[in-house]
Ligand binder design. Structure first.
Ligand SMILES: [Fe+2]
Length: 492
């Protein structure tokens, strides 16, 4: 028997990128497919004036990252999170909004531009059949999930590779983060947390060795923690909770098949719903990386809203769901198809360090995602989280969110503004008052499907339900992005 014959039978379902491209193009009568088209130029720039009253204390910069090139060489990716990352920068001042959009010049993008076709597997799309290694995964890094400012550097983040540094004035790609060791690829997730002392904490999942990489980096770039620990049957963890003393990892009831990865399946194709495992919570002490494990009934999640300690208890608020249904949309929308089943809800897990027990409860009966809390309230008891919500009456064959909602997690109440049926709303971020004491503003973008333009909105959170106090309409539509950040002041 030849060596090739001994390889496990590939679990990769058929993917035909050209057929998928044609299928998507044939569904252009569905207005919402606009959000899943590619950006039409390598760089976009425009100015837009305000409608309404722009609050001058919000002079600053809003940045968002997201996959913006979904096709190459006539082929279309199988999953919405595979495309090349494009940074969208909005400078907000009393005269209006200046937008600049630019692709992160990753090694992947440069290699594929030169080749004229796809070379590297994506999160969901199986393209290259080489044996996966951390170096090979790093080569496929599209830097497409988030952008964060840390240590005076702006970092375009993926979750299975290392951050790319971006110049905030030109959005030119400027190499790697200065404080990361060069030449040693390691996963670095897209949702780092900044502590009150300015230190940054993060993790990365290595599915090839069941390792969880842990990072603590001081505000000046000095390493505080660089360790990796073994986690048996490690799950695809996208986000984590940070408290004063701990990093908390809620592991969805999903396993990653190494044999499928080795057989050429993409990462997402190698993930399997495994409810029999339940949901694990792994609590890691920041000082020495010692761990305590808790068990919860089966469940799934992408994002953590916040976490904090009270005595011997750890609380984690996250967007929880019973099964992976909300995550499946990333495949179907790439074909221009959608059928909504259910979403996630703000959920609280309580971990008791004395008794070793864990409980959880959904705080609201709703369908939400993209949580944002004030940076100053991360790892602290808090009251407000901003989310995107999906109206119960939204048509089932239309994806995405149509409302921005400010949730009071103490009172379990919600104030929301509905954009309407013909909108796809993107993540909005919560911004504090000038003293950084309390939520005051919400800033974000949304895609208007009737006018085919992207609109930036500013809300006063004291009266969020009345709608935006100021809006600026770009003269074009941007592909739907993922996560972003607001920086007061920003660049000139
Ligand atoms: Fe995320």
């Amino acid at each position: 028997m030849s060596e090739a014959d001994e390889r496990p039978r590939s679990p990769v379902p058929p993917w035909d990128g050209k057929a998928l491209s044609a299928e998507f193009a044939a569904r252009h009568d569905r207005a919402w497919t606009l959000g899943y088209e590619s950006a039409h130029a390598p760089a976009l720039a425009a100015k837009a004036s305000w409608e309404g009253d722009f609050p001058s204390e919000l002079i600053g910069m809003f940045l968002r990252n997201g996959p913006a090139r979904h096709e190459r060489g006539g082929q279309r990716y199988a999953h919405r999170w595979d495309g090349d990352g494009m940074i969208q920068r909005f400078i907000l001042n009393p005269d209006g909004v200046s937008h600049l959009g630019r692709f992160v010049q990753t090694r992947k993008l440069l290699d594929e531009e030169a080749a004229g076709h796809m070379l590297y597997s994506g999160f969901g799309t199986p393209i290259d059949q080489e044996k996966p290694t951390l170096a090979r995964i790093e080569a496929s890094n599209p830097a497409n999930i988030n952008i964060l400012r840390f240590n005076d550097e702006y970092l375009a983040l993926w979750e299975a590779g290392q951050p790319y540094r971006v110049d905030p004035e030109t959005l030119a790609t400027a190499g790697r983060a200065s404080w990361l060791e060069a030449g040693h690829p390691a996963p670095f997730s897209a949702h780092p947390k900044l502590a009150a002392d300015g230190s940054l904490w993060n993790f990365g999942v290595d599915p090839l060795q069941d390792r969880l990489h842990l990072y603590g980096i001081g505000s000046d770039g000095t390493p505080l923690l660089q360790r990796d620990i073994i986690v048996e049957q490690i799950a695809p963890v996208h986000d984590f909770g940070m408290t004063e003393h701990f990093m908390v990892f809620l592991m969805p009831s999903v396993t990653i098949s190494r044999s499928h990865l080795m057989a050429g399946a993409s990462f997402a194709q190698s993930c399997h719903w495994s409810p029999q495992l339940g949901m694990r919570a792994i609590v890691v002490r920041k000082t020495d990386a010692t761990t305590v494990e808790f068990h919860l009934p089966s469940g799934c999640l992408l994002h953590v809203a916040n976490a904090w300690e009270e005595g011997e208890r750890i609380y984690v608020d996250y967007l929880g769901c019973e099964d992976p249904s909300p995550l499946l949309a990333g495949w179907s929308v790439m074909a221009g198809k959608y059928r909504h089943i259910r979403g996630a809800a703000v959920t609280r897990a309580t971990l008791d360090l004395v008794s070793g027990t864990a409980t959880r409860e959904a705080l609201l009966d709703h369908d939400a995602e993209y949580p944002s809390v004030l940076p100053a309230e991360i790892a602290q008891p808090y009251r407000h989280v901003l989310c995107l919500e999906r109206s119960k009456q939204r048509a089932r064959d239309v994806p995405g969110f149509d409302r921005v909602a400010l949730i009071d997690v103490k009172a379990a109440t919600c104030r929301a503004f509905g954009f309407g049926d013909d909108w796809l709303v993107e993540e909005h971020v919560l911004v504090a008052d000038e003293a950084a004491h309390a939520p005051r503003w919400a800033v974000g973008t949304a895609l208007n499907l009737s006018d085919r333009v992207t609109v930036l909105s500013v809300f006063d959170t004291d009266d969020l339900a009345s709608g935006p106090v100021a809006q600026a309409r770009l003269p074009y539509a941007l592909p739907l992005g993922l996560h972003g950040t607001f920086v007061r002041g920003g660049v000139a």
